[in-house]
Design a protein around this ligand. Structure first.
Ligand code: URA
Length: 244
């Protein structure tokens, strides 16, 4: 249930103040009854709303999972380089879409695009403790001391302290990193603080949402309500072996 003025403002019918004035003037009906209180509560999924007798069709918010390819900017627009929004099919494009969080230009993998600012804010806030999982290929293998340093909370070269992160050593010089914050170039800088260089980086999971293996780099598909909710689930316990 949400306030009538908030719902009308979210449909681009005016600012909260402007739609409030419309409602007080008696121009808005809910389920056929005139409503003059801006704080009237309704369920946009079930209730019908009309303004000046014209029924409103609520534009619902959209959430896409994209397999971001390397070489494309995680931005809404850029005068010089292609952005992730340019990769959407014409039928997927709509006003107000933006990438929820950023991946570096040379990083690939899971990126969520949405027009829901509150969702993005909740997902990105370190307080929500939404983990992101990355697979990094390094110039040389990480070591058990690196696992411990990540777990303790690394201090970056500029003195910034990171929250504890989980590092798992994989085959060869690959490693998996789980972290719940998003400092600039964080994974690369965490490995740099341990004297290693990231040569390839891919994000494969956000909370409980795993990158769909059927999506080719550059493709996107809509998320179901369950998939959106899974972003806020804790990562399943790691089944990969941590080498000690
Ligand atoms: N950390 C990085 O260094 N780069 C990214 O794109 C994401 C996390």
């Amino acid at each position: 249930m949400d306030r009538l003025d908030k719902i009308l403002a979210s449909q681009n019918l005016g600012s909260r103040k402007e739609v409030g004035a419309m409602i007080r003037k008696g121009r808005v009906c809910v389920n056929g009854e005139r409503v003059c209180r801006p704080d009237h509560k309704l369920d946009p999924e079930k209730d019908t709303v009309s303004v000046d007798g014209n029924p409103l069709r609520f534009a619902r918010q959209v959430y896409y999972m994209m397999h971001k390819p390397a070489g494309v900017l995680s931005a809404s627009r850029d005068p010089h380089a292609p952005t992730v929004l340019d990769l959407l099919r014409p039928d997927q494009k709509r006003r107000g879409l933006f990438p929820a969080g950023r991946l570096d230009k040379d990083t690939e993998g899971l990126l969520i695009l949405t027009d829901d600012g509150a969702f993005a804010h909740r997902m990105l806030s370190p307080r929500s403790r939404v983990f992101k999982r990355y697979i990094a290929v390094l110039d040389r293998p990480a070591a058990p001391e690196d696992v411990r340093a990540f777990a303790e909370g690394l201090v970056l070269e500029d003195g910034l302290r990171c929250l504890p992160a989980r590092l798992c050593l994989l085959e060869g010089s690959a490693a998996q990193v789980d972290l719940c914050e998003g400092k600039f170039h964080q994974v690369k800088r965490m490995f740099a603080a341990r004297g290693k260089t990231v040569v390839h980086l891919k994000r494969v999971q956000i909370g409980g949402l795993v990158l769909d293996g059927a999506l080719l780099p550059g493709q996107a598909r809509e998320l179901s309500a369950e998939e959106c909710a899974s972003v806020f689930l804790p990562l399943p316990e790691d089944r990969l072996k941590i080498q000690k």
